[in-house]
Design a binder for this molecule. Structure first.
Ligand SMILES: Cc1cc2nc3c(=O)[nH]c(=O)nc-3n(C[C@H](O)[C@H](O)[C@H](O)COP(=O)(O)OP(=O)(O)OC[C@H]3O[C@@H](n4cnc5c(N)ncnc54)[C@H](O)[C@@H]3O)c2cc1C
Length: 538
C-alpha cells in the first residue's frame, strides 16, 4: 500500500491541470491515476482523422438508452481513455461561452464562479495570437490557433452569416459572441496539443513529487467513516490501494465520476441499496441533471458540376501518411470549422443558438442519420454544405444510473434528449435561422437542395429532427456544483462533495448548466480553479 497527499483520478482534461498545479508545491506529493495509456495514438494528433479512435481501446465506448424524444434512437458517446481523455478524440474547438453563462452559475448557487472570475482564468491560461487583450490571453499553457480550411466555401459560410444579418466577422471569444468566426482550436501547427500535453510537459513530469500511473483503473473511493482515505485501483490484473493523506479529487468525467461516486457509496441511497452498495452518504443529486447540447443539421447539396466542398476521406492510410510527412492533406482538416451565435431576441447578453458551418454536406460517418441524406440525394458524393443548429440552453435533463455494482459494467446513460417540448420547438427555430444563411448571395451558387426545405412547415422539421438530432458530445452536470441548501447539489462552490470530507470533484460533471460554448474550456477552467481552491485550503 502506498500513499500520497493528493490522489487525482483521471488524466483527461481537468485532471492534468490539477495534478500539474498542485505539484508546483514541492512540499506535497501528487499521484495522477489514469485508466488508459499514454497518448500513443497518432490519429488523435490529426484534425481530420481523430475519429478513427472511436470504438478503439482509447474510447470508453458509451451509448445512451433508447431516447424517446428522438424516435427511440440511441446515441453513441465516445469518451477518451488515455492521458488527454476526451481531448484525444474531440474536435478541439475552444469556445468559452460568455460571462453571462458563468454569472448564471454564480446566481444559481455556485458562489465565486461568476463571469468576471472565469474570464480572468481564461485570459491567464490562454496562448493565442488574438491576445493579449481584455478578452484574450497570451503566454499561458493552452496554445490556440485558427483552423485551416482547404476551400473558399469555408469563408463563404462566414460571409453568409453576416449577409443574413447576424453579425460581422470577429472573435467569438471576444467582446461579443454575435460574430462569424473561424473558431480557434487546441491544435498547433496542425498537430493536436491536448490540455494534458500543455500541463504535463516533460519538465512537469520530471518533478519528484508527481507520479502518473497509467493503465490504472480506479474502482472505488475508500472511506474511513465519512472521510475519503484513498482509492482502490486495478493495474495489471492486480488490486492496489493508494492512501490519500489529504484529499482525493475525482476528474473522471461526466459519466465515470458519478459512476465512481455511486460505486463508492456516495449517491441516492435507495439506488445504491438496490445494488447492494453500502451507503456512505445519501447524496440524491449524484447522476441527476445530465444534459447535453442537442444539434440538428440543415443539409444542402450543390448543383451538379459546382465544386467547393472538400470530400476527401481524412481517415485513409494515404491521408495519414501525407499528414505524417508534412501536416497537409485531408487528415489536416476538419470540415466543421466556422461558427456564429444567434439571439432569439436579437441581442441578449447570452446567445440562444449556435450555428456550426460545415463545408462537407455528408453527415458524420459515425452518425446514424438517414432522413436528410435520403432527401438531399447522393449526399456522400455531392458537393454542398451543412449548417448545424445547436440549442445552447436546453431544458431537458436526464440521469446516469448504475447498471450494477460491478465497476466493469457500463452505467445507464439517459440524457433525456428533447424530453422537454420547448427544446424541440426551439431546435426548429434554430434550424430556421440556419436556413436563412442558405438564401444569401455568398452561398447561392452552392445551394440547390435544402433539407428541410426552406418553405417546409414545422412537421417536416419535427420529422427531420427525429432522425437527425445529434449530440455535440457536451455531456455535463451529473455532480452539479451549487449551494448545499439545494438538495440536488452534489458539490459546494469549493467542489467538496456533500456529506463526506476529503473528496472533491473537478471535471465537466460539476457544470451546473451548460454554457453558450463547448466544454473543453470550462473543464480546463474548473481544473485551474480546483487547484487554487485546494491550495488555498491548506
Ligand atoms: C467526440 C467528441 C467531440 C468533442 N468536441 C469538443 C470540442 O470541439 N470542443 C469542446 O469544447 N468540447 C468538445 N467535446 C467535449 C469535451 O471533450 C469534454 O467535455 C471534456 O474533455 C471533458 O473533460 P473531463 O476532464 O470532464 O473528462 P475527460 O477528458 O473525459 O477525462 C476523464 C479521464 O478520466 C479517466 N478515467 C475515467 N474513469 C477512470 C477510472 N475509473 N480510473 C482512472 N481513470 C479514469 C478517463 O480515461 C479520462 O482520461 C467533445 C467530446 C467528444 C467525445
Amino acid at each position: 500500500m502506498s500513499s500520497s497527499h493528493y490522489v487525482v483520478v483521471g488524466a483527461g482534461t481537468a485532471g492534468p491541470v490539477i495534478a500539474s498545479r498542485l505539484s508546483e508545491d514541492p512540499a506535497v506529493n501528487v499521484v495522477l491515476l489514469e485508466a488508459g495509456k499514454e497518448n500513443v495514438y497518432e490519429a488523435s494528433r490529426t484534425q481530420g482523422a481523430f475519429f478513427k479512435l472511436f470504438g478503439s481501446e482509447a474510447d470508453w465506448q458509451y451509448e445512451t438508452t433508447a431516447q424517446a424524444g428522438i424516435g427511440g434512437r440511441a446515441i453513441t458517446h465516445p469518451r477518451g481513455k488515455a492521458v488527454g481523455g476526451s481531448c484525444l478524440l474531440n474536435i478541439g474547438a475552444w469556445l468559452r461561452g460568455v460571462p453571462g453563462d458563468y454569472d448564471r452559475w454564480a446566481h444559481e448557487g455556485a458562489a465565486g464562479w461568476d463571469g468576471a472570475e472565469a474570464l480572468r482564468t481564461y485570459v491567464r491560461i490562454e496562448d493565442t495570437d488574438r491576445g493579449p487583450s481584455e478578452w484574450r490571453g497570451s503566454g499561458g499553457p493552452i496554445t490556440l490557433s485558427d483552423l485551416p480550411a482547404p476551400t473558399a466555401l469555408a469563408d463563404d459560410l462566414l460571409f453568409a452569416f453576416t449577409e443574413a444579418g447576424y453579425g460581422p466577422r470577429g472573435d467569438v471569444d471576444g467582446a461579443t459572441p454575435y460574430v462569424a468566426d473561424r473558431y480557434q482550436s487546441i491544435f498547433k501547427a496542425r498537430t493536436r496539443r491536448t490540455p494534458a500535453d500543455a500541463y504535463l510537459t516533460d519538465e512537469v513530469r520530471a518533478r519528484p513529487n508527481l507520479r502518473i500511473i497509467t493503465e490504472a483503473t480506479v474502482t472505488k473511493v475508500l472511506f474511513d467513516g465519512t472521510r475519503a482515505s484513498g482509492v482502490a485501483y486495478e493495474k495489471g490484473g492486480t488490486e492496489h490501494v493508494l492512501n490519500a493523506e489529504r484529499e482525493v479529487i475525482l476528474s473522471a468525467g461526466t459519466i465515470n465520476t458519478p459512476q465512481l461516486l455511486m460505486l463508492s457509496g456516495v449517491g441516492p441511497a435507495a439506488h445504491l441499496r438496490e445494488h447492494g452498495i453500502e451507503v456512505i452518504a445519501d447524496v440524491p443529486g449524484v447522476g441527476e441533471n445530465l444534459h447535453d447540447h442537442p444539434t440538428a443539421p440543415v443539409v444542402v447539396t450543390a448543383p451538379r458540376g459546382v465544386g467547393g466542398s472538400y470530400l476527401a476521406d481524412p481517415t485513409s492510410d494515404e491521408a495519414l501518411a501525407q499528414w505524417r510527412s508534412d501536416r497537409s492533406g485531408p487528415a489536416a482538416f476538419f470540415s466543421q470549422n466556422g461558427v456564429g451565435f444567434v439571439s432569439r431576441t436579437g441581442g441578449s447578453l447570452v446567445p440562444d443558438y449556435e450555428l456550426l458551418f460545415d463545408y462537407n454536406p455528408a453527415i458524420a460517418s459515425n452518425s446514424p442519420v438517414g432522413g436528410p441524406t435520403a432527401e438531399a440525394g447522393e449526399v456522400e458524393q455531392r458537393n454542398g454544405y451543412k449548417i448545424w443548429a445547436v440549442l445552447l440552453h436546453p431544458k431537458s435533463r436526464g440521469t446516469l444510473r448504475l447498471a450494477s455494482a460491478d465497476s466493469h459494467e457500463k452505467p445507464i446513460i439517459d440524457p433525456g434528449y428533447l424530453s422537454d417540448p420547448d427544446d424541440r420547438a426551439q431546435l426548429v427555430e434554430a434550424m430556421r435561422h440556419a436556413q436563412k444563411l442558405t438564401q444569401t448571395p455568398s452561398l447561392a451558387r452552392y445551394t440547390e437542395t435544402v433539407y428541410p426545405a426552406v418553405d417546409a412547415d414545422d412537421s417536416v422539421f419535427h420529422e427531420a429532427i427525429l432522425s437527425s438530432m445529434y449530440t455535440t458530445y457536451h455531456l455535463a452536470g451529473t455532480a452539479r456544483m451549487g449551494d448545499l441548501s439545494d438538495p440536488l447539489t452534489v458539490v459546494d462552490p469549493q467542489l467538496r462533495v456533500r456529506g463526506v470530507t476529503g473528496l472533491r470533484v473537478a471535471d465537466a460533471s460539476v457544470i451546473p448548466t451548460l454554457i453558450s460554448g463547448h466544454t473543453i474550456a470550462p473543464s480546463v477552467m474548473i481544473g485551474e480553479r480546483a487547484a487554487q481552491l485546494i491550495r488555498n485550503a491548506d
